[in-house]
Write a protein that binds this ligand. Structure first.
Ligand SMILES: [Zn+2]
Length: 309
């Protein structure tokens, strides 16, 4: 009997432990962030590779679209629409990231909200034909309002238009690594590509640990995290390793809908600034945290900045 109880205890406790950490992977700037690779083959490679890793690992990732990218030279490019269809066909969700990736802090409320409405035309149709909906909105540059009123008026607009805001907790500079990677790729420098990739995964692991720690210090637990990455060649080539890193840290992958059920996401932000920081930073600032509380944020390695010069 004792043994059964003991086995049962181990079974329950390991299961609880295994499910302890949750993360939602959100991919911004769809269909792709091409840097200098604007040809159809690279666009498809980026999309297909990301989707392959997500489906293989049962990851309910979400992609945030800038519909403006579907109109290179002002004309609708059907091949780019096909890339978005691939996401939906594989059961992945799409969200709105505005038409032209506007910064809410730099344009008028009218300009910004018009750009949101303009940015839903095609994805709404696509979602409908795949029996799903466009439900979520991600702020470009994570700029969500300069003060309380500015933030609130956007919140009201989004709610009225059936959008749910999608905060980010694991903010990072993946785009700097991606830019450097595309340069190395262009030069066919595989050694440098691998070095950038390896450093990228290490950096993302440090970021994960940093935000886990911040969450523990703020809430006494690791909240369901939201990772922001971009639809770049770097992420296409290294998503497998990124996913493996999260597995090693006992993460399970959850949907946008599921991650937002964590009560932390209901936390009110009361401190504002012209910043695009993690919502964990915003909640901490709103709770009066200062200085040392934010210490230790991992920096992007110098050699990445060098390559991008
Ligand atoms: Zn973006």
């Amino acid at each position: 009997m004792k043994l059964i109880i003991r086995v049962l205890f181990i079974f329950i406790s390991t299961n609880i432990f295994a499910q302890q950490n949750k993360v939602c992977i959100t991919v911004d700037d769809l269909p792709t962030v091409p840097y200098s690779f604007r040809d159809k083959e690279h666009q498809l490679e980026i999309t297909q590779k990301l989707i392959d890793v997500f489906t293989k690992n049962n990851i309910p990732a979400i992609g945030y679209v800038n519909e403006g990218k579907l109109y290179p030279n002002g004309k609708l490019d059907q091949s780019k629409v096909e890339l978005l269809k691939l996401w939906l066909e594989n059961g992945l969700e799409l969200g709105n990231h505005t038409f032209s990736h506007l910064n809410y802090h730099k344009v008028t409320f009218e300009e910004f909200t018009e750009d949101i409405s303009k940015g839903e035309k095609i994805i709404k149709e696509l979602a409908k034909s795949h029996n799903t909906e466009v439900r979520y909105f991600r702020h470009p540059y994570l700029r969500s309002g300069l003060d309380n009123d500015h933030t609130d008026s956007l919140k009201k607009f989004l709610a009225k238009n059936n959008y749910i805001e999608a905060p980010v907790t694991i903010d990072n500079e993946d785009y700097l690594f991606a830019k450097a990677y595309s340069r190395a790729y262009k030069k066919k420098d595989t050694e440098l590509m691998n070095r950038i990739g390896k450093n990228y995964i290490d950096y993302m692991e440090e970021k994960l640990i940093f935000y886990e720690k911040m969450s523990n210090n703020l809430y006494g637990r690791n909240i369901a995290q939201t990772l922001l990455v971009h639809a770049s060649l770097l992420n296409a080539h290294f998503m497998d390793e990124l996913v493996e890193m999260f597995h090693q840290h006992n993460y399970e992958f959850v949907s946008q809908e599921a991650v937002l059920t964590d009560p932390a996401y209901q936390e009110k932000v009361t401190k504002f600034g012209d910043w695009g920081i993690s919502w964990l930073d915003r909640w901490a600032l709103s709770k009066g945290k200062k200085g040392d509380f934010f210490k230790g944020d991992p920096a992007t390695p110098e050699f990445i900045l060098e390559i991008n010069k």
